[in-house]
Ligand binder design. Structure first.
Ligand code: KG4
Ligand code: ZN
Length: 362
């Protein structure tokens, strides 16, 4: 089953062609450089960039999936290009798109494009929750079908991105239940904000990871671990962020500069400790030892190591997205999630009424 998938939930314009779990092509046009100087994603800039790039990204995904007639190379000849796309589209079974959660003005661009393709080529649309996509990113394969991971339900999923921090009980393909979540900021958001306070740029996660590694992932400052004793599986990062802010205010500039690696390392440890404490509590409470870790923050080597050790302690297993590009936002994971939804017969019924849901939950 071949699916053309689109994701424009935040600051990456992405399209992919998948065949079941196999990714035939995945194109990501990142907007990071456009937002960097503002220290975060600016909705109006995101909207315009998605609008400017979406056609190109979709065409590229179709071309790269090798469905195009390869001997026709008139990429700049509109007539021929149109013919090529028509030919590629005839090999696509369904369309898929992220309809939430995410930035409303960004989601709208992908939805508009998918509706246009649906009308023009008479294809059904599969609506995909962006977080469902992140979960399936761990079971996404390359074009040769690797890695050959089997599903061994149930799983405990730790979803950690810039907008979400959730523990999800994943009982079966389309059966998700959120059992813990952040009450304020997401883990990635906390890392981004800490980096911003120190003028380290956006996104903060990767730069903090690198500096913390250089410091040996030490924890000299012991910042608070909010809600560690709350008795539930929820998280909170805004108190930690505030504590970090006031700590920096009191620190002489010279010392701050000298200790910057140790500072961010300690901050990262506090965030990861919170994630580990609640994941371990979930393992004990629910009794599931197979873990899935996904979302942008899942790229972090220190977090991966710590989650691996946690799974080992309980004689369980842990899976992460198998390829680097699958950690961040991408349309391949949306296509794979869509494959399982299509098998269950989940399609958009009324295309005209189909709309984005920015605060969509799993
Ligand atoms: O999943 P994602 O790309 O977008 C959302 O759906 O939010 O996640 C982005 C988040 C950002 O907060 C970014 O700082 C964080 O993931 N991130 C990382 C790393 N790479 C990206 N956090 C920690 N370590 C990383 N290597
Ligand atoms: Zn995401």
């Amino acid at each position: 089953m071949k699916i053309l998938a689109i994701d424009t939930s935040c600051d990456e314009t992405s399209a992919a062609v998948v065949d079941g779990r196999r990714v035939l092509s995945n194109v990501i046009y990142s907007q990071v450089l456009l937002h960097k100087k503002w220290g975060g994603v600016v909705p109006s800039i995101a909207k315009r960039a998605h609008e400017e790039r979406i056609d190109f990204v979709v065409d590229e995904a179709l071309k790269k999936s090798k469905f195009q007639i390869s001997n026709v190379k008139h990429s700049f000849d509109i007539c021929h290009l149109d013919f090529d796309i028509k030919n590629s589209m005839s090999k696509i079974d369904y369309l898929a798109v992220t309809y939430g959660p995410g930035l409303a003005v960004a989601l709208e661009v992908g939805i508009k494009k998918v509706k246009e393709l649906s009308k023009k080529y008479n294809k059904k649309i599969i609506p995909v929750n962006h977080m469902e996509g992140h979960i399936y990113s761990c079971f996404t394969q390359n074009s040769k079908g690797n890695p050959k991971r089997e599903f061994t339900f149930p799983y405990l999923v730790l979803l950690v991105s810039g907008g979400h921090t959730e523990i999800v009980l994943w009982k079966d393909y389309l059966d998700f239940q959120i059992i813990g979540k952040t009450t304020d900021d997401a883990a990635g958001e906390a890392l981004d904000k800490a980096a911003k306070m120190l003028g380290l740029g956006y996104p903060g996660g990767p730069v903090i990871e690198r500096l913390a590694e250089e410091a040996g992932n030490v924890d000299p400052y012991k910042f608070p671990r909010p809600m560690r004793k709350s008795g539930d599986l929820n998280f909170s990062f805004s108190g930690l962020k505030t504590a970090f802010y006031y700590f920096l205010q009191k620190m002489p500039e010279e010392e701050k500069n000298k200790m910057i690696k140790e500072l961010v390392s300690s901050f990262q440890e506090a965030v990861f400790d919170s994630l580990l404490i609640k994941t371990e509590a979930a393992i004990k409470q629910i009794g599931i030892i197979n873990l899935v870790v996904a979302g942008g923050v899942a790229a972090n080597r220190e977090l991966r190591k710590r989650m691996k050790n946690l799974a080992k302690k309980y004689k369980g297993s842990v899976v992460y997205p198998p390829y680097k590009y699958l950690n961040g936002d991408n349309a391949a994971m949306i296509g794979v999630a869509a494959f399982f939804k299509a098998k269950a017969g989940i399609f958009v019924k009324h295309i005209e009424a189909f709309d984005r849901i920015p605060r969509l939950s799993l």
